[in-house]
Design a protein around this ligand. Structure first.
Ligand code: URA
Length: 245
């Protein structure tokens, strides 16, 4: 167990993964400066990253989440999709994008001619952030805060370093602003290929859950069509390179 034998002070409560943390690691004492960096294995693979991330307490979100939801997909994927954080269903299932937004993403990928098995899908934050509704019955999604995104970032960087995608797609503003800068506007720049050191080709588009929130069927249909059009833009980039997606 990660915490056995430790007597955490109020300052170091958040990083208590003793079993996955190198001994010499110096723990940062300010909440906003704590990150998962000390937990990254020396020779990262998706498998050992997933194991290490299962015990991550680099921010407080682990306390109310069921489990860490790590990225999934082919390690040889040419495309990585990055969402915001697992939702209610993902938190319970332990897999990213398996709820309503995931089903919509699957449908859009299929219509764009991209097989879900050929991509790697992850989130900027690996724990579900939620608050109870007024009746205390439902878990309501809460946007992750910057220090939670920051704390979780080493996992995403490590995933990208292992998978080395040709194409990186940010789904929604949280992912886009975390990866492309806080002023990035998905509204204005969706579907545009942007320069970034994260991958040879980088694009941001809407989050599939925004399509689920469309006010009526017709606007949902139009938004879905626009989402599929964005995804179609990456198809030639995937097929350009020889590596199997
Ligand atoms: N929304 C996300 O951003 N990620 C998931 O895994 C599910 C819903």
């Amino acid at each position: 167990m990660a915490n056995v034998g430790m007597a955490p002070s109020s300052h170091d409560l958040d990083l208590r993964c003793a079993d996955v943390m190198p001994r010499a690691v110096k723990i940062s004492h300010h909440k906003s400066q704590q990150t998962a960096a000390p937990l990254i294995p020396p020779k990262p693979t998706i498998a050992n990253l997933r194991t290490a991330a299962a015990g991550c307490k680099a921010c407080d979100l682990w306390e109310r989440a069921t489990q860490t939801v790590f990225g999934e997909g082919s390690v040889h994927a040419k495309v990585v999709f990055v969402g915001e954080q697992p939702g209610d269903r993902e938190d319970l299932a332990g897999h990213p994008f398996v709820g309503p937004a995931g089903r919509l993403l699957d449908q859009a990928l299929a219509e764009a001619g991209i097989a879900r098995n050929d991509v790697y899908i992850t989130n900027v934050v690996k724990h579900f952030n939620w608050a109870p509704d007024q009746r205390g019955k439902r878990r309501i999604h809460k946007k992750p805060r910057y220090w939670e995104i920051n704390a979780c970032r080493p996992w995403l960087d490590a995933e990208l370093a292992v998978v080395k995608p040709e194409v990186l797609v940010c789904l929604g503003a949280t992912a886009a602003q975390a990866l492309l800068g806080k002023d990035f506007s998905v509204l204005r720049r969706r579907g545009e290929l942007v320069k970034s050191s994260l991958a040879p080709h980088v694009m941001a588009t809407v989050h599939p859950s925004s399509i689920l929130r469309a006010i009526d069927d017709e606007s949902r249909r139009q938004q879905m069509q626009a989402f599929i059009e964005d995804l179609r833009k990456i198809v030639p980039l995937i097929h350009k390179v020889g590596k199997a997606a």
